[in-house]
Design a protein around this ligand. Sequence first.
Ligand code: TYD
Length: 245
Amino acid sequence: MRSRNCCSGGYEAAFLASVVDVDDGCLMSKKRSRGFFITFEGGEGAGKTSQITRLEKKLKQMGHDVLVTREPGGTPGAEAIRHVLLSGAAESFGPMMEALLFAAARSDHVELIIKPALEAGKVVISDRFIDSTRVYQGEGGKVDHDVLVRLEDVACGDVRPDLTVILDLPPEEGMKRANARRKGGAAADRFEKESISRQKRRRTAFRKIAKEEPDRCVLIDAKGSEAQVFSKVLDVVKKHLQLAV
Ligand code: TYD
């Protein structure tokens, strides 16, 4: 079932009601009261970041007020936790400790960045969110599902994505892209260096979420060129923004 934000929903209606001018094909809006929350998910090297960059540009051209953010991170406190997590410094303390740190970072991020932006009527796009925790920390029962659900509630309150785009790619291909992206021989981070078999299980877990929550999640085949994938992403986003009337 689709979950709605306290401060989301009716986005397009609020958006259109606030439109005051049309200039060179761009909608100039005065003020919107409610936002729309989009998250991007997927395995390593699935292309989330480049799709988000394109989407941000396109939505801005269309006149939307857009805020792009990422997880773990997005606030000074959450970025500090990001460093601890991605460096691998918390790995030896076990999956529960890591799950708690992701939740702590998310709580700060939701409270200080995401919620205020949605309340200000923005389209918020986050590079990873709750589904990454469900998949990366939950895969293989490392952290009990019920614990993860409770952490989600604590960290997010009533904020949930209106739309989650899951970019689906075979891990072998994703790792090739991720390796090519790391310039100057930089080392793989704590999660990138994990085995292909674990990454295959994560892909299965993301696909399962997409199947279980079809109103919120859309699975997009991320093979093909950046432009080809973006045309599918844009179709999905436009459709969901319209549905939010
Ligand atoms: P990042 O450098 O942002 O890479 P990516 O381009 O893959 O998003 O790394 C974030 C890593 O943290 C990524 O490997 C997934 C992992 N992660 C979790 O394990 N749990 C979480 O809740 C989140 C948000 C991320």
